[in-house]
Write a protein that binds this ligand. Structure first.
Ligand code: GAR
Length: 217
């Protein structure tokens, strides 16, 4: 059984999706803690209502980012985290923490990476005129939004979409691909590429097609 810690900054709908999956008997792993970097994050209530301990480490209480990161690390150690999930955690983690949890730290990003890393992905996708958009679950590496890809979802962009309507369509898929990827990582089924320049991750018992969700409405 892996001990999973979920880090959030906001609403917590992806946290909710993970908790729902974790409540299924066959899941076999436990969400042991939530860490929020803002005391007003609505997702704090999502964790608390599920009876999960929530540690709040408000970024604004720290003058130095190094002190903030030290306290994040302490909380992760206190929870004895095996797997760390960034589920709408809107800060870039420092190299030291990322390296410490290398291969055990994943992130969900609301675009089809490597397109649209960074912020405002839905608005930028509409501005670019793409016909498909989506979300990516990837392992976190020091290169922002560029770690090995575990799962992706694809949604159509519709004429008349606004960033909000597009975000809602993508979010629906995030809630499906994130818990799956978390369980693959927690199961220890993920094998990283062994040759430099080869990006494809192998996941035991999971085909490439199963790692791709295509939403067609
Ligand atoms: C999600 O759309 C997630 O992909 C995004 O924040 C949202 C959090 O929603 N993450 C990022 O933009 C990370 N760069 P939630 O709090 O309802 O899960």
């Amino acid at each position: 059984m892996s001990r999973i810690v979920v880090m959030i900054s906001g609403r917590g709908s992806n946290l909710h999706a993970i908790l729902l999956a974790a409540s299924q008997e066959h899941w076999g792993h436990a969400v042991v803690g939530v860490i929020a970097d803002r005391e007003d994050a609505p997702g704090i209530r999502v964790g608390a209502q599920a009876g999960i301990e929530v540690a709040v480490v408000p970024r604004r209480d720290y003058a130095e980012v190094a002190d903030f990161e030290r306290d994040l690390s302490r909380q992760l150690e206190r929870f004895e985290a095996d797997v760390v999930v960034l589920a709408g955690f809107m800060r870039i983690l420092g190299d030291q923490l990322v390296t410490h949890y290398s291969g055990r730290l994943l992130n969900i990003h609301p675009s089809l990476l490597p397109a649209f890393p960074g912020l405002h992905t839905h608005r930028r996708a509409l501005e670019a005129g793409v016909l498909v958009h989506g979300a990516t679950v990837h392992l976190v590496t020091p290169a922002l939004d560029h770690g090995p890809i575990l799962a992706q979802s694809v949604v159509p962009v519709r004429s008349g979409d606004t960033p909000e309507t597009l975000a809602a369509r993508v979010l629906e898929t995030e809630h499906r691909i994130l818990p799956r990827a978390v369980s693959w990582l927690a199961d220890g089924r993920i094998h990283l590429p062994t040759h430099p320049g080869v990006g494809h991750v192998e996941i035991d018992g999971v085909s490439a097609r199963e790692r791709l969700l295509i939403l067609d409405h």
